[in-house]
Design a protein. Structure first.
Length: 171
C-alpha cells in the first residue's frame, strides 16, 4: 500500500471487533511513535498503552461516556512531556511538545491502518480525571486518547475542502 493511499483511506473508527492485537503489531505501533520527528530531537512525548478493561472503563467516564474507548482492545493515552521547557521555554511547552505528540499520533494511526487496524483521535475528555486514573506525573499532560483495534464498521469518506480553499501558492 502506498503512503498516500493509506492517508486517503484511513477513517476514524468507533466500532471494534473483539479481537486482540498481536504483539508484533504492538511493537510496530510503538516504533511508529518513537520514530516520529520532534523539536530538537528532544522527543517530548510519552504514551500509555492501556489494555486493562477496568482502566479503559474509567477512561470512558473521563471522556464524556465515549464507550468505544473501552470497546477497543487498546486505548493509547498520548501525553506532552514538559521537560522540553529546559531547552525551549514557554514556546516548547505551549507548542513544540504538542507538535511532537501530534506527529507521533499521526504515525501511530497510519501504521495502525497499514496493519489492518482502525483508530480514532479523541480530544474530548476531562484531563484531571485521566491524570488521576493513570497516575500521570506532573511533567506530563494528556492531550489525546486513541482507541485502536480491528474495525467493525466501514465509514463513508468525509468530504474535503478544495485545494484552493486549503492552499495558497506563493511564487
Amino acid at each position: 500500500m502506498l503512503l498516500l493511499d493509506i492517508i486517503k483511506n484511513r477513517r476514524s473508527i468507533r466500532e471494534f471487533k473483539k479481537r486482540e492485537i498481536p504483539e508484533d503489531i504492538i511493537k510496530k505501533l510503538i516504533d511508529a511513535i518513537i520514530w516520529a520527528p520532534s523539536a530538537g530531537n528532544l522527543q517530548s512525548r510519552f504514551f500509555y498503552f492501556v489494555f486493562n478493561n477496568e482502566l479503559k472503563r474509567r477512561l470512558v467516564r473521563a471522556a464524556l461516556e465515549q464507550e468505544f474507548i473501552a470497546a477497543a482492545p487498546l486505548s493509547v493515552v498520548a501525553c506532552c512531556d514538559y521537560h522540553i521547557t529546559r531547552r525551549y521555554g514557554k514556546r516548547g511547552k505551549e507548542l513544540y511538545s504538542i507538535q511532537d505528540v501530534s506527529v507521533s499520533i499521526q504515525n501511530l494511526m497510519l501504521v495502525a491502518y497499514e496493519q489492518g487496524l482502525g483508530s480514532v483521535w479523541v480530544g474530548a475528555f476531562r484531563e484531571e480525571e485521566v491524570i488521576e486514573i493513570l497516575s500521570i506525573p506532573l511533567h506530563l499532560r494528556p492531550i489525546a486518547i486513541i482507541p485502536i483495534g480491528y474495525p467493525d464498521e466501514e465509514p463513508i469518506p468525509p468530504s474535503r475542502v478544495s485545494r484552493e480553499m486549503a492552499i495558497k501558492t506563493i511564487q
